[in-house]
Design a protein around this ligand. Structure first.
Ligand code: AHR
Ligand code: AHR
Ligand code: AHR
Length: 481
């Protein structure tokens, strides 16, 4: 049985079931999600390998070879049509045309389930999915449950990496108008023990870790790579539960009455579904979603315990974040551009500016050093890389507002993540393409000989689709200096 079969048996059926990694009903063999590739803007749908099984990640790999791919639709497996698509603007605007949010890269969150390759939904700041025209989700003070499997190591303090029930008009319509899973280390509203990240309930105008709108020490900091998050609510009763999604059983972090603050009892749920954003389309958060559901009715702890056992049996595991020609940690490299007309240029820096410069064996030592980088273990994720300047030790290539700069590390989580890049085979068939770990839709690109992280088509001039594959493909060699 899959998670939704278990919820059905418990009398609290799924009314929405979303996953890019696997079927959530044992009989489900339909489309899990749709991807769109950059090369020709065509789409394809990814289904499980067999009914009830793991997503066909290799079908996605074939479709996306040599180009970029975005997740355009996360289908609802419940049969109610509660699919998730690109979130529209609301109280806050997203970064795309007309204020829409960005779509997630289809390749930012690779995992295996029982050894089969699949991909999660890697939410960068600015990314979000939503459905405002829902069927069957809880409204008003009606009972519901939900769970999600998340990456416990991918989070930030921005508002709000959520999955669950939110406003149908994309605006903040007041206390109690949401009931969603939140994961991150925001300290703006509630907090738990330690420094986070925490599971909290986003009930609108507040992230709640327990009965107090402030600190609740029963809500632990999460340390597992894969995390099962549960929020459920019914009249004057709600709960937060969580577990390592790869082993063990659920713990109850809170179960009791509604928060002691006006507007949350009774609740005024509206029933829209959000992923990766706040109810008012706040788009500052990051996180990774693998699977999740919403139910009708308040699931029993026993039902949820059996769902957790099913999640553990799915055997989520990490897999390589890099592919293509290997880069060797500790080696020093130069990276040559491959765009016709620019093939004598190398990734280099002039002061803090990261650019491309024409370099050869007869260049000055100073210029050779400017075009030489030591490959380091990724400061923000050890499965990827950072690039330390040869002539300015302690300074690394990082992105800032999507422009590459050379900065000394300040040791902050933000710096480390901004200085972390993951390599794959070059999009044009040469060398490597190098994506920003935190923005996997964006690759290191030269544009008018200045370096950026860029999407394949987009609103910034440096996101131009023309010559994208060439501009993001770099051939690594032993460094000039
Ligand atoms: O409750 C926290 C956030 O506050 C909500 O997600 C958002 O709608 C509001 O800004
Ligand atoms: O480069 C994109 C973002 O811009 C970085 O992650 C952040 O540090 C800056 O605001
Ligand atoms: O960086 C040089 C060129 O500038 C890129 O190839 C092109 O995309 C842009 O016009």
């Amino acid at each position: 049985a899959g998670p939704c079969d278990l919820y059905s048996s418990g009398g609290t059926p799924c009314v929405a079931a979303h996953s890019t990694t696997r079927a959530l009903y044992s009989a489900f063999s339909g489309s899990l999600y749709q991807v769109k590739r950059g090369s020709d803007n065509t789409t394809t749908s990814i289904a499980p390998l067999s009914a009830g099984g793991v997503a066909n990640g290799t079908a996605q790999d074939s479709f996306c070879t040599g180009t970029t791919c975005l997740i355009t639709i996360i289908y609802d497996q419940s049969g109610r049509g509660n699919h998730l698509t690109q979130a529209p603007p609301g109280g806050f605007q997203g970064p795309e045309a007309n204020g829409y949010d960005s779509l997630a890269s289809a390749t930012g969150a690779p995992v295996t389930l029982n050894g089969h390759k699949a991909y999660g939904v890697f939410i960068s700041p600015g990314t979000g999915y939503r459905n405002d025209k829902v069927s069957g989700t809880a409204t008003g003070d009606a009972a519901e449950g939900m769970y999600a499997v998340l990456d416990g190591t991918h989070y930030n303090g921005g508002c709000c990496f959520d999955y669950g029930n939110a406003e149908t008009n994309n605006l903040d319509t007041g206390n109690g108008h949401m009931e969603a899973i939140y994961f991150g280390d925001s300290t703006t509203w509630g907090t738990g023990s330690g420094s986070g990240p925490w599971l909290m309930a986003d009930l609108e105008n507040g992230l709640f870790s327990g009965v107090s709108p402030a600190n609740n020490p029963g809500d632990p900091s999460i340390t597992s790579r894969f995390f099962t998050a549960i929020v459920k609510g019914k009249p004057n009763q709600w709960a937060l539960r969580g577990a390592n999604a790869a082993s063990g059983s659920l713990s109850t972090y809170y179960s009791g009455v509604r928060p002691n603050k006006t507007g949350y009892n009774p609740m005024s749920k509206e029933g829209a579904i959000i992923l990766g954003i706040g109810g008012d389309n706040s788009v500052s958060a990051q996180g990774t979603f693998y699977e999740g559901v919403m139910t009708s009715g308040y699931p029993t702890d026993d039902t949820e315990n059996s769902v957790q056992a099913d999640i553990v049996a799915a055997k989520y595991a990490t897999t390589s974040l890099t592919s293509g020609p290997a880069l060797t940690v500790g080696s020093s490299i130069s990276l040559r551009a491959t765009t016709a007309g620019y093939t004598t240029r190398y990734l280099a820096h002039t002061g803090a500016t990261v650019n491309t410069q024409v370099v050869s064996s007869s260049s000055t030592t100073a210029l050779k050093q400017q075009a030489s980088w030591t490959v380091r273990t990724g400061l923000g994720n050890s499965a990827c890389y950072s690039f330390e300047s040869k002539d300015t030790p302690g300074s690394y290539i990082r992105h800032n507002n999507f422009v590459l700069v050379l900065n000394a590390s300040d040791s902050s989580k933000q710096f480390k993540e901004d200085a972390t890049f993951c390599s794959s085979a070059g999009m044009n068939g040469q060398g490597n393409s190098i994506r920003a770990w935190g923005y996997p839709t964006k690759h290191v690109r030269h544009y008018t000989n200045v370096s950026y992280i860029a999407t394949n088509g987009g609103l910034n001039t440096f996101d131009a689709a023309a010559s994208y594959n060439d501009d993001v493909s770099w051939v690594a060699s032993t460094s000039f200096a």
